[in-house]
Each structure stands twice: as C-alpha cells, then as structure tokens.
Write a protein that binds this ligand. Sequence first.
Ligand SMILES: [Zn+2]
Ligand SMILES: [Zn+2]
Length: 396
Amino acid sequence: MKTRELAEKYEAYVIEHRRDFHAHPELSWKEYRTSGIVRRELDQLGVPYVMVGETGIVASITGGRGAGRTVALRADMDALPVQELNDHLPYKSENDGCMHACGHDGHTASLLGAARILCDLREDFSGTVKLFFEPAEEVGGSIHRFIEAGHLEGLDGCFAIHLWAELEAGKISCEEGARMAGTDFFYGKVTGKGGHGALPHLAIDPVTAACSIVMNLQTAASREISPLEPFVLTIGRIAAGERFNVIAEEAFFDGCIRTFNPEIQGRCREIIERIASHTAAALRARFEWVDYFYGTPPVMNGKAAAALARAAVTALCGEAALGTLDRIMGGEDFGIFLQNVPNGLMAFVGAMNPAKGCNFSHHHGNFNIDEDALKTATALYAQYALDFLAKKGVLS
Ligand SMILES: [Zn+2]
Ligand SMILES: [Zn+2]
C-alpha cells in the first residue's frame, strides 16, 4: 500500500502546513496568503494550475499511463469570523476575530499532501486528477465561479473530505444518499404605516404583522411539509422600530430553510411568500421580498462512489474504520459540485478526540481537530483518486 506509506512520509509536512494555515486564517474571499502558499507548493512540485478569481485554484496532475478518466478532489480554504479561544495552542490564530473553526486548514493541507503522493505515483496511473482549492465555502458562493469558468465540465467524478468533530478520530463515514441539507436563505420586509403608540387604529403596525408571519411560517414545517421529511425554517433576525411608544413604518426578518429533499427546497420560496403576504394582508400590512437566495442543494453521495470510498478506507485503514454518522442539517456548497458531476461523494473523516481537547463543535472558538486525522485524510484523497482512475467500481 504505497499510498499509506507516502501519507506517513508526508505527515509532518501536512501538519506543519495545517498549523501555518491555522495561525494565519483568512475570511471568505480573502484567502490571499493561503492561496499563495498553495501555489508556491504546487510550483515546487511542478504541478500546473489556473486561477479562478483572485484566490481559487484548479491544478492538474496527469498520470504517465496515458488518457483516462478525470476526477476532482476538492478542499476549501476559508476561515470564519470567530474568536479563537484555544490559548494553549502554539499555533493559535494570530488574526483577532478570525479562526479556522471548521477544519478547512486541515483540508487544504491534506490536499497538498495528496498532491505530493499523486506526483510520486504519477507513473502508476492513467487519466487526470484535478485539485480544486476553493475559496469562500462558508458563504456558499465560489463554486459558481468554477462552473462559469468551465472547470466542472469533463469531470467523470468528484470527491471531497470534511474533517468532522462529531465523529471520533479513526472513523470515516462514506455513506450514500443525502448527507448534508440543502439550504436557502431570505430577507423579507413588512410595510405598515407609522404612528403614535397610543393610537394603533390610525396606524398599521408592521411589528404585529412581522411577529405573526414568524409564527405562521412554522406551520410550513408542522402542517405543510410531510412529517416524514426533516425540515427546519428559522427566522434568525427580526428588526423594527426605534422607541417604545412609536409604531414603526417597516419591519424586517431574515431566515433560512434546511431540507434533504430537493423537491421541498424548490417549493419553499412559494410557501414562505404565500404565508407572509396573506398574513400581512390580514393585518392591513404588506409583505415583499428584499431578497431570496437559492443556496445550496443537499449533499447527495452517489451509490457507486460510496462503495469505492468504502473500499479505499478498508484498504487504507481496515474495515473497522468505517464509521456511521447521522445526516447533518448544515449545508455545503459541495452539494452544487455533486449536482454538476455524475459520480461524487463527500467523506467525513473523524477528528474528535476528547483526550486531546478536540470535542468542540464546528464554528466554536474552542474547535480543534485531532491531527492524527490529517494522515488519513491525505491518504484517502489520493487513494480515492487512484482507485477511481483505475476504474474500480462502475460509474452510476
Ligand atoms: Zn463551516
Ligand atoms: Zn466546513
């Protein structure tokens, strides 16, 4: 098993880069330093690449055995506006209010390690591995730029890894079907007519209307969507008014939906608009959209891709490493990748280890990963690509 041995050889390299990215996190769309380091490392390996926007990168490693399939490996590079609380770490974030609290530092470093392995094994495979270093995953925007630039065309398959804090280190989940939720988000406005708080009959109160809308929207989950379908509708922000005795002119609410069913996701805008506009009208107010964003579809892992990934995990780490994970209500823009490429999968590599203090949730200021997971992620990126290119498993 050359891949595992090479992943061990490059383990220190991957950890060093992960710690460097961790100490110097950059927010979505601002991954300049990170992207520069990735390019420097690719240059050293002699791997060609093209830029997508200011920080996105698509690199290509072509095997020495001639033409064949093309498979994409994806890592995201951005950090979050979270204050790191891990004072004990020598590589704690040096950027106040910015932190790699989702593990993307580990994804980028592991994919650089996999690039080294694939270059070492270049003469052993046919076809092409494309390495996608993606900006701005946390705000769900950059994949569209890769699509517009044509980088998803001609791909026979795609594979991503997410280091996962709710899965113990040593376990890997590569299950088929819906793994992460689809999500849309929206901004609504309710218009009334301002006035004196003592004279509501001469005004139209948008606050009462907005509050009623928020409550009525919950009937979408309880009365309209099948109870057999997990569904969340959250209004995360509601804003109106300036003073206790003044009826406001307008009210605003922002929210999001989550579902594993693309058909339900497709109906949400209409459902919300119908409930909001009729509720507002019943109270003499008026509803309108400020904006509605069709976010990301569910992450749907392919059946054949899951079988291939399970075989790769078994070969690398043994069958006992195959773990199971509940579906995740959070979203991932890799869902869009999977929508555009026929065979794909996101694997979750366990990074939880309470003995090492790695037991905080993603996006928490104390989040950290068990770095032993990096070697596994590095090996799995490379092994999945090699097995896919060797046409182990059918395309579906
Ligand atoms: Zn995240
Ligand atoms: Zn993430």
